[in-house]
Write a new protein. Structure first.
Length: 344
């Protein structure tokens, strides 16, 4: 139980985009419950932008894990810098051996963490540490400010300049694990099915890694009449603003999916090797597809041991399109129309 006096508090969550985003509602809840405290956050410097617009953070500290000698020296330097801050309380939301060792060197009066192996949602694990500290339960998740007014205006103008449509849908196509990536041809077929009835325009979003850029280019080339490719052409804050401006986001388990969820926007998540129970979007405006019936799901492996990635193939474009039409208040697609969409 935390005392009523002003405390100097450190939150530790240095990676990765999706995991950081899932923690932010709990961090915002703490700040609203204890505005008197001085809040510090340990984060990898490349993720600074995702918390840039979150009010109440006094200072960011940086640590970027590396597996070499420089990584060891950076780790030691980070530990010394943090120890000099003399924190009263530390919340370890990274919850891995590296963060536990780091946190235990700080000699804080109280440390809160969790067992990352628990099959609970990342946000719920964070909230449980707040409950242990005596805070009130988290009620409805309030949309988080992830973009500036200027970025939001840019996103609105960008969407307004596109082909007129009944709805605009963001597609999250990035990521590095092949066991997370919904097949490219499925995105193309999804666009066909969605446009059988109605006019829908898709915005392809992803990072500037070469593999993601090529993936975005190929998906756009397959159906240029239905989509705009902005993969690699936005900052994370601009991507958040675009997701907020869209009517729906469809994404496999990547940062774009979490950006939609954190802002309270409708989102469909597609899960392969990972587990929506732990990292899926939550709430009435969210839905997650996953092959729970497979014995190997979730495997949390970057490469599949089977001849083909059955978990991703079982999430069909027809199923996703049906759910998307439903979430957008559109009538279901008739079977005859579905078949005609594939006659290209």
């Amino acid at each position: 139980m935390l005392p009523d006096e002003k405390l100097k508090v450190l939150f530790v969550r240095f990676s990765a985009y999706g995991d950081i985003i899932m923690c932010l509602p709990a961090l915002a809840h703490y700040i609203s419950q204890r505005p008197q405290d001085e809040i510090h956050l340990l984060i990898s410097p490349r993720f600074d932008d995702i918390v840039r617009h979150l009010p109440g953070i006094a200072k960011l500290h940086h640590y970027a894990p590396q597996r070499n000698l420089r990584g060891f020296s950076d780790y030691a330097r980070c530990a010394m810098d943090l120890a000099a801050e003399r924190f009263d309380v530390v919340f370890d939301w990274q919850a891995n051996p590296r963060s536990r060792l780091l946190v235990n060197t700080l000699l804080a009066r109280q440390i809160y963490s969790f067992d990352r192996r628990m099959r609970r949602h990342q946000l719920d694990k964070c909230v449980n540490t707040l409950l242990a500290a005596g805070l009130e339960p988290l009620g409805n998740i309030e949309p988080l400010p992830l973009s500036s007014p200027e970025e939001e205006e840019w996103a609105q103008q960008t969407v307004s300049s596109l082909t007129p449509a009944d709805a605009y849908i963001a597609l999250g196509i990035g990521g590095f694990w092949e066991t997370k990536l919904w097949p490219e041809e499925n995105f193309a077929r999804l666009m066909d099915l969605m446009n059988v009835r109605g006019a829908f325009h898709f915005i392809i979003l992803g990072g500037n890694d070469r593999r993601e850029l090529e993936r975005g280019r190929r998906i756009h080339t397959a159906r240029p009449e239905y989509c705009t490719n902005l993969c690699g052409h936005t900052t994370i804050n601009q991507a958040a603003a675009l997701v907020h401006a869209c009517d729906l986001t469809i994404s496999h388990d990547t940062g774009i999916m979490h950006l939609a969820w954190a802002q309270g926007r409708p989102v469909i998540g597609i899960f392969g090797a990972t587990d929506p129970v732990r990292t899926g979007p939550q709430g009435e405006s969210s839905f997650a597809f996953a092959a729970h019936e497979l014995r190997c799901h979730p495997c949390f492996r970057g490469r599949c041991r089977l001849p083909r990635m059955e978990c991703l193939l079982r999430v069909t474009p027809k199923d996703v399109a049906g759910r998307a039409h439903e979430m957008l208040g559109q009538p279901p697609v008739e079977s005859e129309a579905v078949l005609s969409a594939f006659e290209r």
